[in-house]
Write a new protein. Structure first.
Lengths: 305, 273
């Protein structure tokens, strides 16, 4: 029997056999919005999505409506509690000022995050390869979180002045922990059997790290990153608040001293928008970097929108 | 049987583990072999150290005593001789199916493009046509196991170690997979060591079956499966097939799993008489 003819008949038998007994599971994961017609299921799914997105928006609008009403009804003065209308009006009028101050804050935050991610990746990698490094670094890491930012930020101004460097230090100090811990946890959650499999194939420690441990850790990394992003914006603002030449934090300080509460709230609004934007950006980066993760979550019987 | 040198041989393997303060003996002198191109199954109750045996054969662990020989040469502790297929398919969710199948080649230094070119023509044989660029979660259970097997065989190693490859599949899929596996094996003539819990599977696929005892594991019984090749599903009901199943059943179930069950004793006496 010639191997080639045997394998030809094998093709036929093998694939023919499997068409009968095994169809791959229907690909329901990408069906939202792509179904050929407006069937009941597609409409229901779309309705669920709409509710999911609109509910918080509606809730926010209701809250703003109540705020507006309270201000109008009580006649409270604008330097104590400005109405949402006034805040938006002022935000628009002073938009150039606000933008000029937003840019440095964003720059600090992004630079701080870049430094944080690099440092966190380095630390997490070193502790993954060396047990002794882990024993030394981990307690220091935890201890670093016990220093209150309220104290650190003014100290940084005293030691390093009003420039960029002290702000970066504060941001890094605040953001470092979530990302590092997330990475370490991610590395440790590698399935031991997967590592075993790689070893049986002849992989060395570095190959094992790059081919299994890093991809396993990536979803964890993004969770940690989102926490860090939220905190790092606050850290940037606060470190400006205690001393800076420009930025939203020092802008808020100045307006507060001028009793321009409406502009303070306008700056707060801008800060929130910036935070939300950065937060959303992490999701975009995640979808681009680890597309398999979101797809596999959807594929696993996602019944929630 | 030919007097040729075995492809793989385990010689009096012994292994113990520390469990708390005690040493637990897992393997107590396991000697088995497979000739080139033979399909050999190892069956035994849970906890009989089958996975330990495979870990040692794959070079992932060292035995306390005894050795592994492959093609006559000492291979204890060498990791490049056997291709190991673990119980879980362990297809990486972050890799496409084709990139999963070439994992072993990549680790050996083959360039990705070259490796993919090597794997792609095999997809038809392994019933995975069209799924090269899919992700693992899009495959059914049987397809995942076939992808894992492709990953195993593509490394072109001397011996395949298959650790309960069909254990996680439902009974029907398992049967179709066994029929497929024996056909593909006929073509490629791999030397295979298979660990299984399934007596029918062991008889259907193998040339020889070793029955292990509970730990400390020894070889309780060796059965040469003298059924014609190539095997076909039609043999499953035949008296010859049942004869071999019965031998294994007696060794495994009557002597080890349920030795005090009177109903079993009555049956075996009837058969012996």
């Amino acid at each position: 029997m010639h191997p080639s003819s045997a394998s030809d008949s094998l093709h036929e038998t093998a694939t023919g056999r499997f068409q009968d007994l095994e169809a791959p599971p229907p690909d329901t994961s990408f069906s939202l919005g792509e179904s050929p017609g407006w069937g009941v299921e597609a409409r229901a799914a779309l309705a669920r999505r709409a509710v999911f997105v609109l509910t918080p928006l509606v809730a926010a609008l209701v809250a703003i409506g109540i705020w507006q009403f309270v201000v109008a009804a009580t006649g409270v003065s604008a330097d104590i509690l400005p109405s949402p209308g006034r805040v938006l009006n002022m935000a628009w009028r002073y938009r150039d000022d606000l933008w000029l101050n937003t840019v440095p804050t964003l720059e600090e935050t992004l630079l701080g995050l870049a430094v944080t991610i690099s440092a966190a990746a380095l630390f997490a990698t070193v502790t993954d390869f060396s047990v002794w490094a882990r024993r030394i670094i981990y307690p220091l890491l935890v201890a670093s979180q016990t220093i209150p930012i309220m104290i650190i930020a003014p100290l940084m101004v005293i030691w390093f002045g009003f420039g960029l460097f002290p702000k970066l230090l504060v941001i890094v100090l605040v953001s470092f922990f979530p990302i590092t811990v997330a990475l370490m946890d991610g590395f440790n959650s590698t399935e031991p059997e997967a590592a075993n499999l790689l070893r049986s194939m002849g992989a060395n420690r570095v190959q094992e790290f790059l081919k299994v441990r890093v991809p396993t850790a990536l979803p964890y990394f993004f969770t940690g990153l989102r926490i860090s992003v939220a905190w790092s914006v606050v850290a940037a603002i606060f470190s400006e608040y205690v001393g800076a030449e420009q930025g939203l934090g020092i802008y808020m300080q100045i307006q507060k001293n001028d009793f321009r509460t409406d502009l303070v709230l306008a700056a707060v609004l801008v800060t929130s928008l910036a935070s939300v934007a950065l937060f959303a950006l992490t999701y975009i980066v995640q979808i681009v970097t680890i597309p398999w993760y979101s797809k596999s979550k959807r594929g696993q019987g996602a019944s929630r929108p | 049987m030919a007097l040729s040198r075995p492809k793989i041989e385990t010689i009096s393997l012994r292994k113990s583990y520390r469990h708390g303060r005690q040493m637990v003996a897992v393997l107590d002198g396991i000697s088995l072999h497979a000739q080139p191109g033979e399909f050999v199954s190892i069956i035994g109750p849970s906890g009989s150290g089958k996975s330990t045996l495979f870990n040692i054969a794959a070079g992932l662990e060292m035995p306390d005593a005894g050795e592994i020989r492959i093609d006559g040469e000492i291979a204890t502790g060498k990791r490049e001789k056997c291709a190991y297929m673990p119980q879980k398919d362990l297809l990486f969710p972050w890799r496409k199916v084709i990139d999963n199948t070439v994992l072993g080649l990549e680790i050996q230094g083959m360039r990705k493009k070259q490796a993919r070119a090597k794997a792609a023509p095999l997809f038809a044989t392994f019933g995975l046509t069209g799924f090269e660029n899919a992700y693992a979660f899009q495959l059914s259970g049987g397809m995942r196991q076939r992808a894992a097997l492709l990953r195993t065989v593509i490394q072109d190693r001397s011996v395949l170690l298959l650790d309960e490859p069909f254990g996680a599949l439902d009974s029907l899929t398992r049967t179709s997979m066994q029929a497929w596996l024996t056909q593909v094996w006929e073509t490629y003539e791999w030397t295979v060591l298979l660990v299984t819990h399934d007596i029918q599977e062991a008889v259907f696929l193998s040339d020889r079956v070793y029955v292990l005892t509970r730990r400390p594991a020894r070889i309780d019984l060796v059965v040469e499966i003298a059924l014609p090749r190539p095997r076909s599903l039609g043999m499953l009901g035949s008296p010859e097939f049942a004869h071999f199943e019965k031998q294994l059943f007696q060794a495994l179930v009557e002597r080890q799993v349920a030795p005090s069950d009177a109903s079993l004793r009555a049956t075996s006496q009837h058969v012996a008489g």
